[in-house]
Design a protein around this ligand. Structure first.
Ligand SMILES: C[S@@+](CC[C@H](N)C(=O)[O-])C[C@H]1O[C@@H](n2cnc3c(N)ncnc32)[C@H](O)[C@@H]1O
Length: 450
């Protein structure tokens, strides 16, 4: 089933590459509307509420006109194959974990809840029972949390699971110090804290353990894959538990478009990339833009569509700003201030947006403004800008919705690559949806057992 999913995912990625790799900010520069199949133009007519139905493949759509066939296919594909739908994640359940048992929630009283954000609390109270279940299947005497941040998870674990040594490893000195201060105030039992910037070769971390479970809660970028590689390389690791985060930062984030231009970062090669990890998926490519998309929360977005609606005018103005900046040679994807503009009706509105958004780029702003006011032939006329912006707002909205619609599929690809990499090296592995995606968008637990 996983291989089947791999093939389908690959095909979807290939066919949807134009959408996955497309930055909304480049709407005008790339004339994106030319890439959208003409039969999809009907999508521009959908209301937010209708979009919330189209994007949620688990609810029937009641529209007054038929959806384009590829969108109908996409919906059924997502319904069938998306990990977020528990039937699919159960089919990956090589470890034979009882999903209902795993997804138990246990309210813990052992740490000071007031100081821990609701999201973190919810996560911790689901991880602790999961860790107990894993320990019943593959015993371990210590747990090492890598990228432990302020240490909330480690404190909860050390206080709630008896006879388990707990270590928190964190690369940031400041966070280690703050975690130790919190330990002083709260824990009866001690968590060992280490300041180490971890990579796949940080074997010294686990040197003294006999049977250990390594974990990472929202281990960002390449840290997640490093934890898995570390687990694979150390025979003393009996289990691992990983929650992903910031997938775009994988592979060092080196493929970020225009990165060199605006960050002045030199191209550098790393021997170990976070994606793909597995042999089976070695030819699959996901661009920075696609990996960034995988970090979106589709369920929260659909909820917003249903309850409040969305307005993408600010994206449309930013995209027009990108065209103007590009036309005067002012760089690409430079950082501007975020400005909310619900409506752009007059040319003054555009100039106001420039004043506020480009406050950190006074020379560039002056240059563009002068050209607009003097009627430069290489730029659109100032008078035409409001209608150019408003008339493409529905296009940008459609694109945004479509991208978010397939976002979970991209995360699936990343997760399945990780599952596959563990299996290829002899670990049993599975993915379970542990958190409520509306609270914790990165809601999947990747479990590996030796
Ligand atoms: C997204 S935060 C999650 C923190 C914590 N696990 C939580 O869920 O609250 C990721 C943490 O990993 C740490 N980190 C990232 N890369 C690391 C590395 N290579 N070695 C050690 N720590 C790392 C960061 O400093 C940060 O504290």
């Amino acid at each position: 089933q996983m291989k089947g999913k791999g093939r389908i995912a690959n095909r979807v990625c290939a066919e949807m590459k134009w959408l996955l790799d497309q930055y909304i900010i480049d709407l005008y520069v790339d004339e994106i509307w030319k890439k959208i199949p003409s039969s999809w133009k009907v999508l521009d007519r959908l209301s937010d509420l209708e979009w919330s139905q189209v994007m949620d493949e688990n609810v029937p759509c009641s529209l007054t006109f038929p959806l384009p066939l590829p969108i109908i296919c996409l919906r059924s594909l997502l319904r069938e194959y998306s990990l977020i739908n528990s039937s699919c994640s159960q089919s990956l359940n090589e470890v034979q974990i009882d999903h209902h048992k795993v997804c138990e929630y246990q309210s813990l009283t052992v740490y000071e809840k007031r100081r821990v954000k609701e999201k973190k609390r919810d996560e911790i109270e689901r991880i602790v029972p999961l860790l107990r279940t894993i320990r019943d299947i593959r015993p371990f005497s210590s747990f090492v949390d890598i990228g432990s941040g302020l240490g909330h998870l480690t404190r909860a674990i050390v206080s709630s699971i008896p006879h388990l040594a707990v270590r928190g490893v964190e690369g940031s000195e400041e966070l280690v110090e703050r975690a130790m201060e919190l330990d002083e105030k709260r824990s009866e039992k001690r968590v060992e804290r280490m300041k180490v910037w971890v990579d796949a070769h940080s074997k010294e971390l686990l040197a003294d353990d006999d049977a250990v479970c390594v974990g990472g809660l929202h281990a960002c970028g390449d840290l997640g894959p490093s934890i898995l590689r570390l687990a694979l390389s150390q025979s003393t690791v009996s289990a691992c538990l990983l929650f992903g985060c910031c997938y775009h930062k994988m592979n060092g984030g080196r493929d970020k478009l225009y990165r060199q231009e605006w960050e002045g970062v030199e191209e550098e090669m790393s021997s170990e990339n976070g994606f793909p990890m597995s042999e089976e998926w070695k030819d699959v490519k996901l661009s920075y833009a696609a990996r960034e998309l995988a970090c979106h929360s589709k369920s929260a977005y659909v909820k917003q569509l249903r309850e409040k609606g969305v307005n993408h005018m600010h994206h449309c103005v930013r995209a027009m700003g990108e065209l103007l900046i590009e036309k005067v040679g002012g760089g690409r994807h430079i950082g501007l201030r975020g400005v909310t503009m619900k409506r752009i009706e007059r040319s003054e509105d555009v100039l106001e947006w420039m004043d506020r958004a480009m406050i950190d780029h006074p020379l560039l702003k002056k240059n563009i403004k002068e050209k607009l006011l003097n009627g430069c032939p290489t730029l659109p006329s100032l008078d035409s800008l409001p209608s150019l912006i408003s008339s493409f707002c529905s296009t940008i909205t459609t694109l945004y919705h479509l991208r978010v619609m397939i976002a979970p599929f991209v995360e699936d690809i990343i997760l399945i690559d990780r599952v596959t990499a563990l299996r290829e090296s002899g670990m049993k592995s599975t993915v379970v949806r542990l958190f409520d995606p509306n609270i914790s968008p990165r809601c999947f637990a990747l479990i590996g057992l030796r």
